[in-house]
Design a protein around this ligand. Sequence first.
Ligand SMILES: [Zn+2]
Length: 433
Amino acid sequence: MVNYGQEAYDFLEKLSFSRTSGSEMEHKAANMIADEIKNYGLTPTLEPFEVKWDKPVHALLKVTSPVEESFTVTGLINAADTPEGGCDAEFYYMRLIDELTLRQAKGKFVLLNDRPSEENYKKLMKAGIAGFLWMNGSSRDTYENSDLDTMRYRPSYLKHGKVPGFAIRMIDAMKLLRLKPQTVHFELKTEEFKSTSYNVVTLVPGTDLSDETIAVGGHYDSVEFSLGSWDNGAGTVQVLGLLKHLSKNPPRRTVKAILFGSEEIGLEGSKAYMAAHPEEGESLLCMVNLDVGGNLLGSEMAMVTATSAAEDYLKGILKEGGFSTEVRPGAMSSDGTVFADYTVPAINFASYTPRNGGYMHTRYDNMDMISADVLDHEVRQLIYVFGRLTDAEVFPIERKISDKMQEDIVKYFGEGRSQTEKRKKGNKEQEEK
Ligand SMILES: [Zn+2]
């Protein structure tokens, strides 16, 4: 019997290095993936797209009274620069964002427990804060075992305004609060970062139903400090396992595989892909996305962004094939949702850990988490599901996104930022005419 798991594990081990959006290492990973696909006798292409953002190049935070002490912080991507020489403001720890605290926050530099929701961010901007700081990591971290990564908030926030923003280790936030700070000095300078990221695209032509196409994909980039074995080297090697299988067992329908760059900065790879191939929004039968997998501890899940009939179909065939995977509806924060936004039914396979069994987007996302046996099981599941989809006499999933899922998609992308919302508005205008 073929051991898909060991092959997947071996390649994943090689791919386990930090692969951040637009970096040389991300490009290296794209080339490694393309070379592996060539080994199967298939022809991958690298589709480039531009990525750019305002990258913090200088960030400083200092308590100025009642004592003076500096803290290690990172500037937030998409935050505003301070004027030359920095800013000084009163310090305020906002334990909760509510009417009372918002009233007291005016003109102050505020500490928040977490990254604010867009709604709370809007309230903070309206309240006229001078700047803000949020906590990152855990209260049990040490300097030796933690990293402070360059965090960002979504571009959709920017329409509400921007102020200088920072992130601080939770352990430092505790230290800072013990000083009972009254005033702080802060400085932030950003510079435009522009680079190229790549999607790796491969076509496996179908036999007698070759004009019908199913997409499969997963992102291969990672965040800073993370080796991205779980998120999402594991999804990447599952797609490779499927491609290897299909190269030897030609499917009836055509399969298009896309390994995305730059997912971690806001699904940029899949957005660039659909912007370059909008006609596929009309033609793809469905998209199967893989994001996080291979974890020794945990369980398998599939989130369906389509209809309840599609969920029931998937539940049925997984039972039939003997795969214990929880199926539920939703718009997952991953590339499949971009396809669903272009009306392509999406199935997102993921594999979650028990609580505290895995730390996504940290240095602990590495091969220690990964099991070749679990990868084997997941590759087999993917091959099984694809066998059903590619070889069905009539394609079993209707090309439809339910009203509820459309709502979830619009909510996920935020106001004015989804194709679904644009389409809905267009339809309404048509009706009114
Ligand atoms: Zn991911």
